[in-house]
Design a protein around this ligand. Sequence first.
Ligand code: OGA
Ligand code: MN
Length: 291
Amino acid sequence: MTRTLDLEPLDATFGAVVRGVKLATLDDDTWQALHAAWLHYALLILPDQHLSRDQQIAFARRFGPLEFEMAAISNVRANGTLRREADNDDVVKVLKGNMGWHADSTYMPVQAKGAVFSAEIVPGAGGQTGFADMRAAYDALDEATRAKVDGLQAYHSLHYSQSKLGHQHQQGSSYSGYGFHDGPVPLRPLVKTHPDTGRKSLLIGRHAHAIPGMDPAESERFLDSLIEFACQAPRVYHHDWAPGDTVIWDNRCLLHRATPWDMTEPRVMWHSRLAGDPVSEAALARAMQGG
Ligand code: OGA
Ligand code: MN
């Protein structure tokens, strides 16, 4: 039996709002329908969920193994005080880094499958999350650029992307260090094929750099120009959060970013990261030999 979901597609090439579903108590038919819709739309927005920690983790596990269960993406310290932008400690640098278009864990040996992401506390203005459809971006490339990217690869590293914000990971940092992967730098194709849908998409974002065979400055210019082209209407959507909203995104074909907010206001988001399948999301074997 297939359940019909109450789906309202976004005014974009991807994404839909789903109403009338309670993620905390999801039956199997609804899960099947939701999963199929997720693969098709790549981003589902589910308002008014107010998931507890355990409920969010249990829901995330329906997609398969987790890369991590739940991390706070937040400018509120454990003791309740706020990190201000001017503090500019390593957590602030990570929050600001998130404001560049990216896919998650492309800097790890296995790229993430996706995320379950919920809003607990949202600022009065700003702090939206942007999403961009890299399937539609690939499809929209002119023929010459498509032929060019088809043969190219790039390295992905959080050391690279965070160093642009003056962030080098050190002992005693306010940031855990997650993602500052040491060892061979993952090399990934610029064009990937989705393991479940077969659709091609561009794999770019702020962690990508140093296209082999290209001058580093030219590689940076080219990758920047791809992000600029790709992350434009009708391929982007920025979600204005309300507390209790949960979204699920497919990290294999979307980029995302945070947008600025006044850090004298708290913003508390919860991220459960879905582990990528090593068969489809592992970096290219060549890079793992130290390339
Ligand atoms: C993330 C991320 C963006 C945001 O959680 O991986 O990039 O809007 N978040 O906080
Ligand atoms: Mn992210």
